[in-house]
Design a protein. Structure first.
Length: 313
């Protein structure tokens, strides 16, 4: 138990470093426009590549990979439309945006680094596969959520524009690395060592970025918003609990069960705010949801990690 807590605590200490660096003006908010592209295009892809190709392929991994991919996409879609129903039933302002904030997880900046720090073995690999599910959800089902009930004439987009969100290193690298894993293609040790070392930067740097973002957020305003409070409860407690109850009786190995649950425990994805902005929706309310859920996740994420460890490991 103490080992688990210490691993999770280290990750959140990195977040505190980012928070303090922002308050001391060592890293102003403007620095994120350089740090985030560094994470998305360089360090995270290196970490994902190294993490996947360092795995030993087992007989059941192909089937488990497909289960993780299909199961994760279905769960995200189901939770998204339940969130849409709730946000409309409760008459929240910007219900479509709130429903997206209720569902999309911060697997990139927060999920993968925290999982790699807290869990051994196959679990980080399954979360990486779940990150592919998250992207499928965001850019297909999430777009439908944002535009639900909107009768205004929609901008016609080309095929190139529709697939543009998927053409990113952080999306392409896991697919390429997974193909290499299943095809038995090995990289030489020396370049893999370099790639792994660059990838090691991701965990502290990503949490420092989250700390900077938290330092600049209007937490007081977010805490007074009833819709955002409901978003936090749904995102950080109800969705992980529902997923846990779904996977418990299933005949899956424990690593896959943890992978399916852990993708749901993290706060609202930063990418969902960018997606809303791209579609001319209320991205501000999603940004506020990111701030509030990230703040509360400092409590809920360690609790969920301890629960999952006690149940499955």
């Amino acid at each position: 138990m103490a080992v688990i807590i210490s691993k999770v605590l280290v990750v959140f200490i990195y977040m505190a470093v980012g928070f303090l660096c922002n308050k001391l003006r060592i890293l102003p908010y403007e620095s994120t426009k350089y740090l985030i592209p560094l994470l998305i295009t360089v360090t995270s892809p290196c970490m994902l590549f190294d993490s996947i190709l360092s795995k030993e392929l087992t007989d059941g991994m192909m089937a488990n990979t497909l289960i993780a991919l299909i199961g994760g996409t279905l769960l995200y879609g189901i939770y998204g439309f339940i969130g849409l129903f709730l946000s409309r039933k409760l008459r929240f302002q910007s219900p479509n945006e709130i429903s997206l904030a209720m569902t999309a997880s911060n697997n990139g900046f927060m999920g993968i680094p925290v999982t790699m720090a807290a869990f051994p073995g196959e679990i980080p690999y399954y979360l990486i596969i779940e990150n592919i599910s998250l992207n499928l959800y965001l850019y297909v089902i999430g777009v439908l959520q944002l535009n639900y009930g909107d009768q205004r004439e929609r901008k016609q987009t080309s095929f190139k524009e529709k697939i543009k969100p998927f053409i990113k290193p952080i999306t392409i690298v896991p697919v390429v690395a997974s193909i290499m894993l299943f095809a038995g293609i090995k990289m030489p040790a020396y370049p893999m060592e370099i790639i792994g070392t660059i990838g090691d930067v991701t965990i502290p740097l990503s949490m420092i970025v989250v700390g900077i973002q938290l330092a600049e957020s209007d937490i007081g305003k977010a805490l007074r918003n009833k819709a955002l409070a409901m978003t936090s409860v749904y995102k950080l407690i109800l969705i992980p609990l529902a997923t846990l109850l779904i996977v418990l009786p299933l005949p899956l190995n424990n690593a896959l069960k943890v992978g399916l649950v852990i993708t749901m425990i993290f706060p609202t994805s930063v990418s969902s705010a960018a997606l809303a902005q791209y579609h001319n929706k209320n991205s501000q309310v999603i940004a506020e949801a990111v701030a509030q859920t990230t703040l509360f996740s400092i409590i809920t994420v360690p609790v969920w990690i301890i629960v999952l460890t006690q149940l499955f490991l």
